[in-house]
Design a protein around this ligand. Structure first.
Ligand code: FEO
Length: 405
């Protein structure tokens, strides 16, 4: 992939991963993802964030750095904003090509370089406010941003251009192609990337939302003219847009979020689905937007995103072998791990010859700070009376969401 110039000394060098697969080995990326690195050329040359041998990433990166008039052996400093292997997996190969480059990271980052990659020399620890002078008036400053989203994370700032190399913060899923800058994408493409940005945030970053807020507050004194993340587009035209977007997403971690309802549902023989349909009739009476996510048909990545962005949740599943429908148990476990808290939640579901989901569900609830409406269960297909009640419960939930302040 050809490098793109941010100015006459900074280049975005990126690889698009389009082979499908899973991000972090968990999250589907049907529209790909970009791995972004940055070449900064003063009298000395720095390369910010590496990549891993994933699809054709190595070849794309070699082409990119060559198109910017450089090569990996010519790098003087390799700056690792954090050590997650999507940005460091190729480190030993890099070291073999370039034994002289100094590898720069936070103390925790350098510890990880030693532990994960068995590299012991040519390492430099940096801390908050430390600088690296590349000559020609180009100075990089490092700011620690712990837990956005790894403990070792830092960001790098180049003051002359106002470029913030923000690591995973302000990133997104979605391959970029030849275009990388925010002003090169049209409205429809921005809408796509906004969806993929939220999915990325909810999947990867949401658990660390308070640290996102802290990091943004810490950087508020900088004049940021360009946000250059390690995934997704480079925001040279409107960097405030992506910063504000992340702050909005971070605020949802504490609730409330959008006035919408995510219906996460599973059904074995259509009995729970009949209850969901009745609920929806009630929700629609209040005019509250909702989205539907069937488990296990749809990957949990999408249900997680919908749950994160919505103030209201419906959890609908049958009892299965005295307990929760197993795919829903997995979803609830992910919700717990990803701190989906502060929601107004209604659980419904049918049972066959004996119930049991409620008991297991109630045990899970103890760990989730949800405002739960009273659960509703029924045997087999819901009766007319139960359907009417379900419709009323849907209306009740939607009314609460509608009136949230
Ligand atoms: Fe893109 Fe945390 O690595």
């Amino acid at each position: 992939m050809k490098a793109r110039a941010i100015n006459d000394y900074i280049y975005c060098v990126h690889a698009d991963i389009r082979e499908g697969g899973l991000f972090e080995g968990i999250w589907p990326i049907p529209e790909g993802v970009s791995l972004n690195s940055y070449l900064v050329k003063g009298e000395k040359t720095a390369f910010i964030d590496l990549f891993r041998d994933w699809g054709s990433a190595v070849e794309q990166m070699k082409q990119g750095i060559a198109s910017a008039g450089s090569s990996f052996p010519e790098i003087d400093y390799l700056i690792l904003n954090h050590i997650e292997p999507d940005h460091t997996g190729w480190l030993r190969e890099f070291r073999a090509l370039n034994p002289k480059a100094e590898i720069i990271a936070t103390k925790k980052g350098i510890d990880l370089v030693k532990t994960l990659y068995k590299i012991e020399s040519g390492l430099r620890e940096v801390k908050d406010g430390d600088t690296l002078d590349l000559g020609a008036g180009i100075i990089l400053t490092f700011y620690e941003a712990p837990n956005v989203h790894w403990p070792d994370t830092m960001v790098t700032f180049e003051a002359s251009s106002g470029t913030l190399f923000s690591c995973d913060a302000f990133g997104s899923y979605g391959a970029l192609g030849e275009r990388v800058f925010d002003d090169e994408f049209d409205e429809k493409e921005h809408a796509f990337f906004e969806d993929e940005c939220l999915r990325y945030y909810s999947n990867i970053v949401s658990s660390f939302s308070s640290f996102v807020e802290k990091a943004v507050a810490k950087l508020s004194g900088l004049t940021i003219k360009c946000v250059a993340p390690s995934h997704g587009m480079v925001w040279r035209n409107d960097p405030k847009k992506i910063i504000d977007r992340y702050l909005k997403y971070a605020s949802w971690a504490k609730g409330p979020a959008e006035k919408s309802i995510a219906i996460i549902w599973g059904s074995m023989y259509g009995n729970t689905k009949a209850g969901v349909d009745a609920l929806i009739r009630g929700i629609e009476k209040e005019g509250v937007p909702y989205s539907m996510h069937r488990v296990p048909d749809e990957d949990v990545s999408y249900a997680l995103t919908a749950a994160y962005r919505s103030s209201g949740l419906v959890i609908a599943m049958p009892t299965y072998e005295y307990a929760i429908f197993p795919p829903m148990a997995y979803v609830l476990d992910i919700f717990k791990r990803k701190h989906i808290i502060g929601k107004k939640v209604l659980r419904i579901g049918s049972w066959g010859w004996i119930g049991g989901a409620k008991k297991e569900y109630d045990a899970i609830l103890e760990k989730l700070k949800w405002d739960n409406l009273e659960s509703m269960e029924w045997a087999g297909y819901p009766t007319e009376k139960e359907l009417a009640l379900l419709e009323e419960r849907g209306k009740e939930l939607a009314g609460m969401i509608k009136s949230q302040t």
